[in-house]
Design a binder for this molecule. Structure first.
Ligand code: NAP
Length: 283
């Protein structure tokens, strides 16, 4: 039998963690297919040694076309890095349902569908790695981030099930739980709240404004000292891909370790009290 394909497909490479990961892996000799829904954003990655292609994780045809073209060239996708994602922020009641659906389409259903599409050939070659970019937000929930946290909790559950289901085929599933990473993420989260108002005298107005300000403050202020840049996550991925027995989940940055630790220690009501110190309770 010929050697398995170790070609890497990364989603969401227009910026941030996806871009840094594509660059790092290409730089260390992996054959990288960097993808983005707007291909013009990744032309420089082509110059840096990546193959580039269009891939929108909310579009079935786009996902099929990307997987087919890599499989034709490589036989199979060896490493899938499910990175594309964003935060649809805002109080649960204020987020329009089409925005809630888009959030799950991108962060959960896209990850699931792409995994389904690569698995037949990955299983057949009996070697593969699936890296899911979860979040510390999969282990706790901040007020105003309920929809995003729900998607990242889903990624935790899916990764746990997949790890068991795929081990016998020689496929490892690695879940990353980054904390604060300085990328476009904070700005996108704040921008996602543009339409989160409810008609009339909106009782969530102050709350949602504070959620936006706290998000911005976390990425612009001193909290970022407890975070890291996107290459920090890329390095963790590079190391994990080299390991024969990679860890099941990897928490990245002091901000993630501290916050997950605090959530684990505090009973629910005490966590709520801690949250009230940062966010005004809507009433
Ligand atoms: N930054 C953090 O603090 C942090 C912490 C924990 C987890 N994460 C996770 O890390 C992952 C990457 O985020 P990031 O921090 O690198 O933020 P980012 O710089 O905003 O990058 C997000 C990427 O996802 C892409 N994307 C969004 N919708 C997509 C779609 N439908 N199809 C394909 N790509 C799509 C974006 O493309 P466009 O440019 O076209 O929108 C962009 O390339 C996300 O899953 C996020 O939840 C981030």
């Amino acid at each position: 039998m010929s050697a398995p394909s170790k070609a890497v497909l990364v989603t969401g490479c227009s910026s941030g963690i996806g871009r840094a990961t594509a660059l790092r892996l290409a730089g260390s000799g992996w054959k990288v297919y960097a993808s983005a829904r707007r291909p013009e954003t990744i032309s420089q990655l082509g110059d840096a040694g990546c193959q580039t292609l269009a891939l929108d994780v909310t579009d079935e045809q786009s996902m099929r076309a990307a997987v087919d073209s890599i499989e034709q060239a490589e036989g199979a996708i060896g490493v899938l890095i499910n990175n594309a994602g964003y935060s649809q922020s805002g109080a649960i009641e204020t987020v329009p349902m089409d925005a809630v659906r888009r959030q799950f389409e991108t962060n959960v259903f896209g990850l699931v569908r792409l995994t389904q599409l690569v698995l037949p050939k990955m299983r057949a070659q009996r070697w593969g790695k699936i890296v899911n970019i979860g979040s510390m937000g999969g282990r706790l929930s901040f007020p105003g981030g309920g929809h995003y946290h729900a998607t990242k909790h889903a990624v935790e559950a899916i990764s746990d099930a997949l790890r068991f289901e795929l081990r016998g085929f020689g496929i490892d599933v690695i879940l990353l739980e980054p904390g604060l990473i300085t990328t476009e993420f904070g700005e996108a989260a704040t921008a996602s709240m543009a339409d989160t108002t409810i008609a009339g005298d909106d009782p969530y107005a102050t709350f949602n404004t504070t959620v936006g300000a706290v998000t911005k403050g976390a990425y612009d202020g001193p909290m970022r000292l407890l975070g890291g840049g996107p290459d920090r996550v890329a390095k963790v991925i590079e190391r994990a891909l080299k390991r024969r027995h990679p860890p099941a989940r990897i928490t990245i940055t002091p901000s993630a370790k501290l916050t997950i630790g605090m959530r684990r220690l505090l009973p629910d009501r005490a966590w709520d009290v801690a949250m009230r110190a940062q966010f005004p309770e809507p009433s």
